[in-house]
Design a protein around this ligand. Structure first.
Ligand SMILES: CC(C)(COP(=O)(O)OP(=O)(O)OC[C@H]1O[C@@H](n2cnc3c(N)ncnc32)[C@H](O)[C@@H]1OP(=O)(O)O)[C@@H](O)C(=O)NCCC(=O)NCCS
Length: 178
């Protein structure tokens, strides 16, 4: 298995991976929703505002992850991890965690100091995410599951308390995702 930063050419493969994985785990409607989100992210990936990483085996994409920039009024380099998927046939072999660790190392190399995500704490705690209070870091949109708001510092220091509400990339500016 190898990891690669995604470019726009991966759009079809990304759409098909996310649609099929999320249809299997969350149902067809969620599959379509996350498939179209992932497709939009792949189409506009620029390796800065939107960073995608693919996991490949024998030339085929078996997993993928996106990190998108969060903008605060305060000077801090922050990204949000979402979404991530590993093909149903390859789940449970450590690929999801390896993909996340590869992405976090890439962000560390770029001097990013904060990463947040929104998902199941039972899974993300395996890769060092901790529950994040909105008194510390607000979410860009109102959360339907505040217990799923998670973060980790990449700087070695504690997560700072930030007063501003961050702006997410426009692809995530939709209450259906939150
Ligand atoms: C979540 C996902 C990316 C994890 O990738 P993976 O390669 O299967 O995970 P890994 O093999 O690295 O890690 C497996 C561990 O994570 C746990 N895990 C996997 N998916 C989980 C989930 N949705 N919720 C909670 N725990 C989960 C497993 O129970 C396992 O724990 P164990 O090692 O204690 O037995 C993958 O299962 C997936 O694509 N799921 C469907 C889409 C999804 O839920 N994406 C995340 C959105 S928040």
């Amino acid at each position: 298995m190898n990891f690669r930063i995604l470019d726009k050419c991966s759009k079809e493969e990304v759409a098909s991976l996310f649609t099929s994985v999320f249809s299997s785990s969350e149902g067809e409607q969620e599959g379509r929703l996350i498939g179209s989100l992932a497709s939009a992210l792949a189409e506009r990936t620029d390796n800065q505002r939107i960073i995608g990483v693919g996991a490949y085996e024998d030339g085929s994409m078996i997993g993928a992850i996106f990190f998108t920039r969060l903008r605060f009024d305060e000077p801090i380099e922050a990204y949000m991890l979402a979404p991530v998927a590993v093909s149903t046939a390859h789940q449970g072999r450590g690929i999801g965690q390896a993909l996340i660790r590869f992405g976090l190392d890439e962000l560390k190399d770029r001097s990013v100091t904060l990463v947040v995500t929104y998902g199941d704490p039972a899974f993300y705690s395996k890769v060092a995410f901790q529950t994040l209070s909105e008194d510390v870091i607000q979410a860009p949109l109102p959360l339907s599951m505040p217990e799923g708001w998670l973060g980790q510092p990449l700087s070695g220091k504690a997560i700072p308390i930030l007063k501003s509400r961050p702006a997410c990339v426009q692809e995530f500016d939709n209450p259906d995702y939150w």
